[in-house]
Design a binder for this molecule. Structure first.
Ligand SMILES: Cc1ncc(COP(=O)(O)O)c(C=O)c1O
Length: 442
């Protein structure tokens, strides 16, 4: 961390968080249970949240653009969801048996998500993407999966490859046996992608892609790129999987597949689907999903995918149902968060300055992410472009400087909820201007 002044300022404001982080370090490796939650010198510990704001244990208030990893499209504690959950708690929070709420939520998914004919719920997005790969392999009888460089699909062992630059370096110990079954693809580079798919076509079970590359930089796919993937998968008999864990119910009620009018065979869902509670799901073509029916299908002819102890727990089902019902009946939310998202991208690009760098803000709809470019003319079309051109040290300095000014972003950006409005935009603009004038790089 170069900017010691910002660091000192932060430490003064967050003494209790610092003490808690020291305690965390003795109990939890690295002090966090998800690496993305760490920032230098230590993350603030949250105490409560409401609407678009979050407060830490030292009483500091932040405009929250992280929104629970993007799970909270209606903001923190939306009254309708809170009320429903209160009622549901009175009926029990974990039944461990089938319930009507899971059918209601499944029906909602089938209605909203264009390619969803059937659904299987689990507890996290990482499970959903793992199950989607297993289904694709079981369905095709092939083993290789193609994924994007920079594509983040959760911590499951199938897809923890080529996530962070440098992409050739292993993401983790303990993953070795599966590496040769994963083919990296350059996002938005149709020619190179199709050439690689051709090369592996005989053993290609699936291509998995986020319609908007999330962790890789909030980079929207070109429509023709997704169409080329669709056509190629159909031609060679591979399963096209859209990981819509960020995008579904966010960039459109039916996600990227509605936004781009392109149907995958399988879709992975999570985040917003749970209305703020843990969830994951695989949805898609019944012909593929039916392979996971274990009743009456002998071993050897079925795909064993779970759901887990807490799958379809009534709290996640109810919160998800409340959220999707609300979104479905308040469709103007999509226009609202998109307009705000666009303004935020403009504000960030125009008012956040780092000496010697050019600020570019990527995203679509309610998603935004700032990149501080070494080369003003750099293209940002793939995670490799971001890795090559964006200054991560500057991004992290800016993050801390913004936090000191009451703005909470992660990896240079975040997500807008329906609870954000003009006040939050104004606070963001003022913070960006102040950071540019007084802080980073000086
Ligand atoms: C695109 C995408 N896929 C999968 C996941 C994994 O979801 P979870 O964290 O619920 O396991 C994430 C989480 O951030 C994600 O952004």
């Amino acid at each position: 961390m170069v900017n010691r002044r910002e660091e000192k300022n932060y430490e003064q404001k967050t003494r209790r968080s610092r003490a808690l982080f020291e305690r965390a370090g003795r109990l939890i490796p690295g002090g966090v249970c998800h690496a993305i939650r760490y920032f230098h010198p230590y993350p603030f510990f949250a105490e409560r949240a409401s609407g678009p704001r979050i407060w830490d244990v030292d009483g500091n208030e932040y405009v929250d653009f992280w929104m629970g990893h993007g799970a909270l499209i209606l903001g923190h504690n939306p009254p309708n969801v809170v009320e429903a959950l209160r009622e549901q708690l009175g009926f029990g929070c974990q039944w461990g048996t089938v319930n009507e709420l899971e059918l209601d939520l499944a029906e909602m998914v089938v209605r909203l998500v264009p390619s969803a004919e059937m659904v299987r719920f689990c507890n996290t997005g990482a499970e959903a993407t793992m199950y989607a790969c297993r289904l694709a392999r079981g369905y095709t009888g092939r083993e290789t999966i193609a994924k994007m460089e920079g594509g983040w699909h959760g911590f499951n062992s199938d897809l923890l490859y080529y996530v962070h630059g440098p992409f050739e370096a292993p993401e983790s110990l303990g993953l070795v046996p599966a590496r040769d079954k994963i083919v990296p693809l350059p996002f938005n580079d149709t020619e190179e992608t199709l050439a690689r798919l051709q090369e592996y076509k005989d053993d290609l079970a699936a291509v998995i892609v986020e319609p908007v590359l999330g962790s890789g930089g909030f980079l929207p796919a070109d429509r023709q790129y997704l169409q080329a993937l669709r056509d190629m998968c159909s031609e060679i008999g591979a399963v096209l999987i859209f990981d819509e864990i960020i995008t579904c119910f966010r960039i459109a009620p039916g996600g990227g597949q509605e936004y781009y009018s392109i149907k995958p065979d399988l879709t992975c869902l999570g985040k917003i689907l749970g209305g703020g509670l843990p969830i994951g799901a695989v949805a898609g073509a019944s012909e593929i999903l039916k392979l996971s029916n274990t009743i009456g299908q002998p071993k050897g002819s079925r795909v064993a995918i779970g759901g887990g102890t807490f799958s379809c727990n009534p709290l996640s089902m109810r919160a998800g149902l409340e959220t999707l019902t609300y979104l479905d009946s308040h469709r103007s939310i999509y226009e609202k968060i998109s307009v705000l998202g666009k303004k935020i991208r403009e504000v960030v690009e125009n008012s956040l300055e780092v000496p010697g760098r050019t600020t570019r803000c990527t995203g679509v709809g309610s998603l935004f992410r700032a990149h501080f470019l070494k080369d003003p003319a750099a293209q940002l079309r793939s995670a490799r472009d971001v890795h090559t051109n964006a200054d991560i040290v500057a991004r992290e300095e800016v993050r801390l400087a913004l936090i000191n000014r009451g703005i909470f972003t992660v990896e240079g950006g975040g997500m807008v909820s329906s609870s954000h409005g003009r006040d939050e935009l104004k606070l963001l603009q003022e913070a960006c201007e102040d950071v540019s004038e007084t802080s980073v790089g000086s």
